[in-house]
Design a protein around this ligand. Structure first.
Ligand SMILES: [Zn+2]
Length: 468
């Protein structure tokens, strides 16, 4: 009798509870918000790509350290967040912004700027969506990695995240107070919705569902379209691309993949339209237990005299130099610059790596993204990326030896050296003289602030700096 009771309470009941829990989790992950795994003709196309093997996509360089499923990420936080579970819970539940009076805000602002979560609302500007001059080439950062562009009269929205919580965990990571002011229903019609990869903070289920009636075309890395089809988007709206492919905006034809780092002459843009290039990034994908089933990417928008690079999420790797070799000089680089951490060193860029990526890309102006909206547990102050990048930009601009490649003695006389006489025939070096060297201009618009892409002299307030 005692044995029966023991078996009942200590064996059968726990097994039933465990099975019930597994069933519950399994059923939960079948909800539409988790999207769909590619199959059929989409999967056949994926299997032919050189960077797909063993049922997964892989990065081109440094194949270690990036892949992390959602449960893996949570476990990493639970087991390593400072002193373990207690600290993790403290961090989790103290992440909501406490109420602050204006006077106490001023006093504490400098201290609070050292914390991962701001103690006061992030200042954000509402956008007058209906009165944006359609022919003006502009960019508006909408918080985290969400950006809006108007280029050649086309409206482009990138990685829109308008929900308060950007994960299936319901309560975190939560948008910082002040950063969730935009509503999908307020936005105008969108010509092109670009999604860089399917992580929750870049492909927000609620947002794309609410935008469905407004979006004409979805441009995304291959495999991500399966999510959109499950969520009711028409397959004819979806343009899936692999690394190196170019989309001609207007004809909507996708041109075959160029080998990044190959002859840049081959990718020159002519005419009045523009192209969107799908390019490599060093990251991962996945919305639950399976990962790297869909591709992740960076994008380059090239409109005649304007080149805009969007990094998506990416760690530092040689792909930036490859892209720079093909496309430099780049006018604006929107680089992921926040939520870096020693625990996931290959997933995002730390400030020093942002500087290196700017150099590799040959980019002139930096707009940091993946910042100031949510904390996924990274060990840095919410404003630290901006502070560090401001210091780096100022230091580099003050050093004439680094300010431009043409001023560097070792490289200035390059074209006069007989062994480099055929420089222009080397595609990897052809654009060297056009690259701005290490110096770059840092632009830190407020959320909702309009950046005029054609105005060389627009000055932006450093809204994030603490003023003691
Ligand atoms: Zn990501």
């Amino acid at each position: 009798m005692r044995i029966k009771t023991f078996v009942k309470y200590f064996v059968i009941v726990p097994i039933v509870l465990a099975l019930g829990f597994v069933l519950l989790i399994y059923s939960y992950t079948k909800l539409p918000m988790f999207g769909a795994i590619p199959n059929g003709s989409r999967q056949e196309k994926i299997q032919k790509l050189p960077y797909y093997a063993d049922g997964k996509f892989h990065n081109i360089y440094q194949k270690h350290g990036v892949h992390m499923s959602l449960p893996g990420a949570v476990w990493k936080l639970l087991s390593t967040k400072t002193d373990g579970l207690f600290s993790f819970l403290h961090w989790l539940f103290s992440s909501t912004t406490p109420p602050h009076s204006q006077s106490s805000r001023d006093k504490s602002e400098c201290n609070q700027a050292q914390k991962p979560t701001p103690a006061h609302p992030i200042p954000a500007l509402n956008v007058d969506w209906n009165n944006l001059p359609r022919q003006q080439d502009i960019a508006i950062w909408l918080g985290h990695s969400s950006c809006f562009f108007q280029i050649s009269g086309r409206r482009i929205l990138v990685d829109p995240l308008f929900s308060k919580v950007s994960s299936p965990l319901l309560f975190f990571p939560k948008a910082f107070e002040g950063t969730d002011i935009f509503k999908p229903q307020d936005l105008p019609d969108i010509d092109i919705l670009i999604i860089t990869h399917d992580h929750w903070d870049h492909l927000d289920y609620k947002t794309v569902l609410q935008l469905r009636g407004k979006v004409k075309k979805v441009v995304c890395p291959i495999g991500v379209g399966a999510h959109f089809e499950r969520w009711g988007y028409d397959p004819s709206q979806i343009v899936e691309m692999s690394w190196g492919e170019a989309l001609d905006v207007g004809s909507w034809a996708v041109e075959p993949a160029l080998s990044v780092g190959a002859n840049c002459e081959a990718v020159k843009v002519t005419g009045a339209g523009f192209k969107i290039y799908c390019l490599p990034a060093h990251h991962s994908s996945g919305r639950h237990f399976t990962w790297n089933k869909s591709l992740w990417a960076s994008f380059l928008i090239w409109q005649n005299s304007l080149k805009i690079y969007l990094s998506g999420d990416s760690g530092y790797s040689k792909h930036y130099a490859d892209i720079g070799a093909a496309f430099a000089p780049i006018d604006f680089a929107f680089l992921n610059s926040g939520q870096y951490d020693a625990r996931w060193p290959h997933n995002h860029l730390a400030p020093v790596q942002v500087v290196k990526a700017m150099r590799d890309l040959g980019a002139k102006k930096l707009l940091p993204i993946h910042i100031c909206k949510l904390s996924i547990g990274a060990n840095h102050a919410w404003a630290a990326p901006l502070r560090e990048l401001k210091k780096a930009s100022a230091a580099l601009n003050q050093r004439p030896d680094l300010a431009s490649l043409s001023q560097r003695p070792g490289l200035a006389s390059l074209s006069q050296r007989p062994d480099f006489a055929s420089l222009s025939q080397r595609p990897d070096l052809a654009s060297l003289s056009q690259r701005p060297g290490l110096a770059f201009e840092l632009l830190t618009p407020q959320i909702g602030e309009v950046v005029d892409l054609r105005n060389e002299h627009q000055t932006l307030r450093t809204w994030w700096e603490c003023k003691p």
